[in-house]
Design a protein around this ligand. Structure first.
Ligand code: CA
Length: 227
């Protein structure tokens, strides 16, 4: 599992508990303490799922969810809303917030993790799978091997991670910065052209095995894998 979860929650004790339980299950987690931080985090790096508290200072969870749905870049993002027990949770279910699921506080971390997994499976069937497929490319995640039309693709560890990221999000365009964050990590300093070097190696390896290169350069925007 390499899914990135954004937790939007102003109660530090709860976000710490959620972070601990999600990281233990192999998710990578980012926490936003209020609505503004959540909007910034979404603009910086799109997560695979958002856990969104309803009661937040300034911008409410409902307003953030509506913004997520309005913006074409995030409209398909899976959202689980955290609501307080009692009539609030009944009321929120009656509102058209656009959330995919609701979890009522207090909840057990195990239940929440199960809901996260279920929603991710619905939204992105590739998560938790043993292999990924994109066109002719098949990636065996357990054996760390890649085939194209039956031919082996020889990849270094960075090229493997790069290809995996593209295969998990086929058709989506990623900027160099977004690729750096996803493949090298947010806290690692790597030059932009390092991305180009590794993309170049990945393309060469795919071309050698398949006779063609499915990575598209989008001028001024970045790279994507042909869907
Ligand atoms: Ca709250």
């Amino acid at each position: 599992m390499t899914a990135h979860i954004l937790i939007v929650e102003d109660e530090a004790a709860l976000s710490t508990l959620l972070t601990y339980n999600l990281e233990k299950e192999g998710f990578s987690v980012r926490v936003a303490g209020d609505g503004e931080q959540a909007i910034d985090a979404l603009a910086e790096e799109q997560p695979d799922l958002v856990l969104l508290d309803w009661m937040l200072p300034h911008l409410s969870g409902i307003e953030i969810c509506r913004r997520i749905r309005r913006d074409p870049a995030t409209s398909g993002l899976p959202v689980i809303m955290l609501t307080a027990k009692g009539e609030e949770s009944d009321r929120i279910r009656g509102l058209d917030t656009g959330a995919d699921d609701y979890v009522t506080k207090p909840f057990s971390p195990a239940e929440l993790v199960a809901r996260v997994r279920a929603l991710l499976r619905r939204a992105r069937p590739s998560i938790g799978a043993d292999s990924l497929t994109a066109g002719e490319i098949v990636m065996d995640l357990a054996a760390h091997r890649v085939h194209v039309g039956g031919a082996d693709v020889e990849l270094g560890p960075t090229e493997f991670k790069l290809l995996r990221h593209f295969m998990e999000h086929p058709g989506r365009v990623y900027s160099r910065d977004q690729i750096l964050d996803a493949v090298w990590g947010r806290d690692v300093h790597v030059e932009d052209r390092t991305v180009d070097v590794h993309i170049g190696r990945l393309r060469k390896a795919l071309r050698a095995a398949a006779g063609r290169d499915p990575i598209r350069t989008v001028r001024g925007a970045g790279y994507s894998l042909e869907a």
